[in-house]
Every structure is written in structure tokens, then in C-alpha cells.
Design a protein around this ligand. Structure first.
Ligand code: ZN
Length: 215
């Protein structure tokens, strides 16, 4: 996801910056620049494009998993083996799927959404039980790890390019937020348990994702 910002810098005659502010809305930045110019000031207007990360909440999470010590050294990858959403699914459809996985979690006695962060084929990122918590994803290792789940079945379906990019973004964001150590391992669930999880198509991308998170 791209985030666009507009930075206005106003300089005095000596070239010293006397005003500097970043605006979200282009027209507001232009207006501020125009005013400064009217007053005979030198103005520099810059458009800044940054790769942004948005963790979506507000889908109806009722999950409360206990807090865990952070940072952790390991992220664990899972797949949910639930409905395979289209990469073009709407936010509403994905929110419904989050509630559905949460309901499965409750039915299994896991206290709600079992995984920290979820990534459907669209590449949007949803907060499940969150990072910095004892998730209910990787039996015996939920305290020293945080978990990412790819919604769907990746024994059958390939990850989309958007999901791969999103997993990298989640990993980098987690480090920025202090949830993980500077260098983090992205392990498959099957490293900790005899399971096919996270599926062969996630397995094929895991090391590359890990490398990009740490690059
Ligand atoms: Zn798993």
C-alpha cells in the first residue's frame, strides 16, 4: 500500500528553514505553500511516496489472549485451511471470514482468533489476536513466538504476490513496533509439530520472505 504525503518547507532569505510540515491532503499543502509565496517567502513543496502498512481491526474481534513478553525472535507461519477468498474479495467479505475463523477458534476452546495477524489473498492485513500476546497457534511455543496466518489452503493454492509482500511488511512492521528482535526467523508451523501447516506453497516462499524481512 502506498502512502502519499506532501511536505512544505518555507525558507528565509538565507536559506534557513523557518517552517516545515507534512500534509496528508495535497490541496491543503498547496494552499499553505501559496500563502508563504504571497508573503515573498521561498517555498519547497515535496511529494513523498512511502510504502505504508495498515493493520486492519474493527472486524468484530472479541479475542482476548494474554500478553506475552516481547520482543520475540521468531514468527511462525500458518495456513487456516478455511475458505479460499478471491484476491478481489471486499473488506466486508474478509471481515466476515475473520469472524468465521474466530468462531472456529472459540469452538475449539482457543479463546477466539488463534493467530496474531491474518493475510487473505488480497494482501490486506488483519489484526487477529495481535502480536505481543500468547497466541493459540503453535502448541508449546505460543509465548516465545508470534504468528502469521495465511487465510485459505496453501497445500492447494499458491500465495498471491500481494500476500508475499504483505508478509514481508508485517515482519518489518513487527520489528519497528518492538514485537520482534532486529533479526527474526520466519518458521513454518511444521518445524514445531508434525503437520502439513502452513502448506507446501507457503513453504516455498518462507525463506525468501524471511530474507526480505531481515534485509
Ligand atoms: Zn499451523
Amino acid at each position: 500500500m502506498k502512502i502519499v504525503r506532501y511536505q512544505v518547507r518555507v525558507l528565509d532569505r538565507k536559506g534557513n528553514v523557518t517552517f516545515k510540515k507534512t500534509f496528508k491532503v495535497e490541496s491543503v499543502a498547496l494552499e499553505r505553500a501559496r500563502k508563504a509565496k504571497e508573503n515573498g517567502k521561498k517555498v519547497i513543496l515535496r511529494k513523498k511516496v512511502k510504502e505504508g502498512f495498515k493493520l486492519r481491526d474493527g472486524w468484530g474481534s472479541t479475542t482476548t489472549r494474554p500478553a506475552a513478553p516481547k520482543p520475540v525472535k521468531t514468527l511462525v507461519g500458518h495456513h487456516s485451511v478455511t475458505k479460499q477468498l478471491s484476491p478481489n474479495a471486499t473488506v466486508k467479505q474478509e471481515q466476515a471470514e475473520m469472524r468465521s475463523v474466530q468462531a472456529i477458534g472459540y469452538a475449539r476452546g482457543l479463546g477466539g482468533f488463534p493467530y496474531g495477524v491474518a493475510i487473505p489473498p488480497s494482501g490486506r492485513c488483519y489484526k487477529g489476536s495481535g502480536f505481543g500476546t500468547v497466541e493459540a497457534a503453535t502448541g508449546g511455543y505460543n509465548t516465545p513466538t508470534d504468528s502469521i496466518v495465511f487465510l485459505g489452503n496453501y497445500e492447494v493454492f499458491k500465495l498471491t504476490k500481494e500476500q508475499i509482500e504483505a508478509a514481508v511488511a508485517v515482519g518489518r512492521w513487527a520489528r519497528e513496533q518492538g514485537f520482534t528482535t532486529k533479526v527474526v526467523a520466519f518458521d513454518p508451523h511444521q518445524k514445531y509439530k508434525a503437520t502439513a501447516c502452513p502448506g507446501k506453497h507457503v513453504m516455498a516462499e518462507l525463506k525468501s520472505i524471511e530474507k526480505q524481512i531481515n534485509s
